[in-house]
Design a protein around this ligand. Structure first.
Ligand SMILES: [Zn+2]
Length: 422
């Protein structure tokens, strides 16, 4: 069996194309989310170790200026410049039409750090005053502040993670210089996160929902961000080895690795689900009449057991009974890495899946077998390989979802390090 090859040069060219030429038309609907696309592009080149060599200082300064242009005067960042109607026309009454956005704020800050900015132009106090306003009474976070300061959107674990991440980035080690700035309600946030653990151990978007790897990553990411600022003084059972919550979570995460790759081209079958017409109803009635469980079971085809051959490629899914998908190689391994249990996965199977099944000929990674590359799956494919020590990739901080170099840069900033003197 030949060794799977990581085509680093092609990935560099893929990310540079995304940075310096137009993105394909399919990205049009993501226009209001440009900061996220910028994050994947800049972070991808940084992870590949070429951000400094393949862009000029002037270009990087231009990217920094664009991010600051997305900062709203009252604190936080918008996801693109399309809602900006100018500071001179902005009033307290109309600012809800150009709101700061919780995920965009987190990504804007991380991009600035990747680009080497010291965050000195970030409206730190304003942003940290805005953040608690985004928290709902159940402890979760919304996405934007609407008319009448109403919290709108969000409510699931993604927004909890970005809010906790923003707090971590801006509060600094000991919240120096933030006297009188009210913090978010950490206890309530932790209680909300814990309430999202499903019966099978995974984390769901809300209480009593289905466990999902993306939300699981966000739950643990949020707890890690909170923990980094609490100096380990508060133990949360979800991230405490030995607790029932922790052990069932690990079991659920490890069980997401699968050799079911969905290679057969049967993806279109879902699209046929339109509103039921008369014919559909009749067919359904006949089908129900014929329903005989024993007979149906006898007619099921045999499921071939996995073989040594089929187990060579083992990606990850995000929910039970789903096929593997490149991004879940990230959501699951990143979470296991944060929990100190990454060695429990079949790293060789994951590598083989990513490099031989979803790594694309032109660079980047597709979502599944044979799919074209896109920015999200390309970045997450690289990050999952980085966790496993792939040659040519820098090491990644799983919570920040950027290189350890980025975290070190944050921790080196004088205002972040400052400790309270008493
Ligand atoms: Zn995906």
């Amino acid at each position: 069996m030949s060794e799977a090859v990581f085509t680093k040069e092609r990935h560099i060219r893929y990310f540079l194309r995304c940075l310096k030429t137009f993105l394909p038309e399919l990205y049009t609907s993501n226009d209001s989310n440009r900061i996220l696309l910028a994050f994947f592009t800049v972070a991808g080149l940084d992870l590949l170790g070429v951000l400094q060599s393949k862009t000029t200082p002037e270009e990087r300064q231009g990217y920094i200026e664009w991010i600051y242009h997305c900062q709203v005067p009252s604190g936080g960042f918008r996801g693109f410049t399309g809602t900006d109607f100018g500071t001179e026309r902005r009033t307290r009454e109309n600012e809800a039409w150009d709101p700061a956005n919780v995920p965009s704020t987190f990504f804007a800050l991380v991009i600035l750090l990747i680009l080497g900015d010291d965050l000195s132009r970030v409206k730190r106090t304003e942003c940290l005053r805005w953040l608690p306003k985004m928290q709902r009474s159940d402890g979760s976070f919304g996405e934007v502040l609407g008319l009448g300061d109403q919290v709108e959107g969000g409510g699931d674990l993604r927004f909890c993670c970005f809010a906790a991440g923003t707090r971590y980035l801006l509060r600094g080690k000991s919240a120096a210089g933030l006297d009188g700035v009210q913090d978010i309600d950490v206890e309530k946030l932790v209680a909300f996160i814990e309430s999202c653990q499903a019966y099978d151990g995974g984390m769901a978007e809300g209480p009593y929902c289905e466990a999902h790897s993306g939300h699981t990553y966000c739950a643990i990411g949020a707890l890690i961000f909170l923990d980094r600022l609490s100096n380990g003084s508060k133990r949360v059972s979800l991230v405490s080895p030995g607790s029932q919550r922790y052990e069932s979570l690990i079991r659920w995460l490890v069980s997401r690795q699968t050799a079911e790759l969905g290679e057969e081209d049967d993806e279109d079958s879902d699209d046929a689900d339109g509103p039921a017409g008369d014919d559909d109803v009749q067919t359904l009635t006949k089908a129900v009449d014929r329903l005989n469980l024993d007979e149906s079971i006898d007619q099921l085809s045999d499921l071939p057991p996995p073989t040594k051959e089929s187990l060579q490629w083992a990606g990850f899914n995000g929910r039970c009974n789903k096929y593997a998908d490149t991004c879940y190689s990230f959501w699951n391994t990143a979470t296991l890495d944060m929990l100190g249990k990454l060695p429990m996965v079949d790293a060789a199977g994951n590598r083989q899946y990513l490099l031989e099944k979803t790594q694309h000929l032109i660079g980047g990674f597709g979502k599944g077998v044979g799919e074209p590359p896109d920015l999200l799956h390309s970045y997450f494919g690289l990050v999952s390989l980085a966790f496993q020590g792939e040659q040519g990739l820098d090491s990644v901080d799983p919570a920040l979802c950027a290189t350890h170099r980025t975290t070190q840069h944050l921790h080196s900033l004088p205002w972040w390090q400052e400790t309270l003197t008493d």
